[in-house]
Design a protein around this ligand. Structure first.
Ligand SMILES: Nc1ncnc2c1ncn2[C@@H]1O[C@H](COP(=O)(O)OP(=O)(O)OP(=O)(O)O)[C@@H](O)[C@H]1O
Length: 372
């Protein structure tokens, strides 16, 4: 994605994104922990920074919030510059809401006073807003309690309500739902994001959980070693990963190897197209267990090859486990003794040693040149 030149301090543009982060870098102790990070978020859009622990997600968020300084790059909100290498708007003047993991409520204030903390205006209007938010986070009747009377999950919901109360134009959320139990999490998460969308807030959400990102994001920026390695809608990132590690971040993967001749790679599963890859290059063919098709053995042979599923290859079941809504079957393959995995909806638990034929959906395979 190309980035236009950001506007000068104080200048605004009609089509400016709600939030624009451009070429952000951050150095700690001589180490660049955020490297040339750029993205834009429109009003009502949810951008997820997704990646493993230590990849620079929280640091990026803290620079946007103004509690950490960058070594390069800029942050703009509605076309107005918030900070660059030499200039920085104080955090409290940025109009940005924050919900961080270590949410801190004011212990001496009631729930109602905590939620109304950032609100100005007539008392009746403030009280109405507090009531509306407590209802949204399922804490009706809690306004007069103090934080020490609440469970961790309840305190987290108060923190959510407090951050939402002033209707910030940008909301930064760092693993905000991690402390909630499963039963509450889905409801609170969907409700919070619905509210932010309705109010046109641009949201940047940090998570290391791919499922959370897939469920919530309009756009995902996949980060590794301080950089964004891929950016796009969840569907595209899942179905067109930029490399093997990006594919592996979202699910188990299977990998087989081959060598390219005339844009094709010959494998035991038939030929795979390797567009743009030079002759003689070694490639890895990557596919997810849910895209493996299984067939029974018919006296030593499998189903006929098809253009969609290629050529089947035989393996012996090594282990089968029931995972809840699907079964995971692991195979040792006849052709090279390697292991491959398949998932099957529902209950499918063949005995170890059972011969089955595996084929791979061609449109769900990714071919990557092997890198050193
Ligand atoms: N104030 C600091 N001083 C020195 N190093 C820091 C500082 N803050 C973060 N780091 C380092 O920068 C790197 C990125 O940290 P960051 O917290 O941004 O990662 P993260 O992707 O959010 O990880 P997590 O999911 O574990 O929170 C880490 O190696 C971390 O140790």
């Amino acid at each position: 994605m190309s980035l236009d030149t950001p506007t000068a301090p104080g200048e605004t543009t009609a089509q400016a994104p709600r939030l624009e982060v451009a070429h952000l870098s951050c150095v700690f102790d001589g180490r660049e922990v955020v490297r040339d990070v750029s993205f834009r978020v429109a009003p009502g859009e949810i951008m997820c920074l997704l990646g493993p622990s230590g990849c620079g997600k929280s640091t990026t968020l803290r620079v946007i919030a103004g509690i950490e300084r960058q070594s390069a790059g800029s942050v703009h909100a509605d076309g107005k510059m918030l900070c660059n290498e030499v200039f920085s708007t104080p955090p409290e003047a940025r109009g940005i809401g924050l919900i961080f993991q270590d949410f801190a409520l004011f212990p001496h204030l009631t729930v109602g006073q905590n939620v109304s903390f950032g609100l100005r205006g007539p008392k009746a209007r403030v009280q109405a807003r507090v009531g509306e938010l407590l209802e949204r986070v399922d804490l009706v009747g809690y306004a007069d309690k103090t934080p020490h009377m609440l469970s961790g999950g309840e305190q987290q919901r108060v923190a959510l309500a407090r951050a939402l109360a002033p209707r910030p134009r940008i909301m930064l959320m760092d693993e905000p739902f991690s402390g909630l139990d499963n039963r509450l999490r889905d409801g609170i998460r969907d409700e919070t994001l619905q509210l932010l969308k309705e109010e046109g807030t641009a949201v940047v959400l940090v998570t290391h959980e791919p499922e959370e990102a897939m469920r919530m994001a309009d756009q995902i920026a996949l980060m590794r070693d301080g950089q964004i390695v891929q950016k796009g809608a969840p569907y595209n990132i899942y179905n067109a990963p930029c490399d093997k590690a990006a594919a592996a971040f979202f699910s188990d993967i299977n990998v087989i190897r081959g060598r390219v001749t005339g844009l094709l790679t010959d494998t035991v599963f038939g030929q795979f197209l390797a567009p743009g890859v030079g002759d003689g290059t070694e490639v890895e063919i990557v596919f997810r267990p849910q895209h493996v098709k299984l067939d029974f053995d018919r006296h030593g042979s499998g189903p006929n090859p098809t253009p969609q599923d290629g050529v089947p290859a035989r393996g012996l079941v090594e282990r089968a486990r029931f995972m809840g809504h699907e079964s995971l079957v692991e195979f040792r393959m006849d052709f090279d003794g390697g292991r491959l995995k398949a998932t099957v909806p529902g209950v499918f638990l063949p005995k170890p040693g059972t011969p089955l034929w595996l084929s791979v959906r061609r449109d769900r395979c990714f071919v990557f040149p092997v890198t050193a």
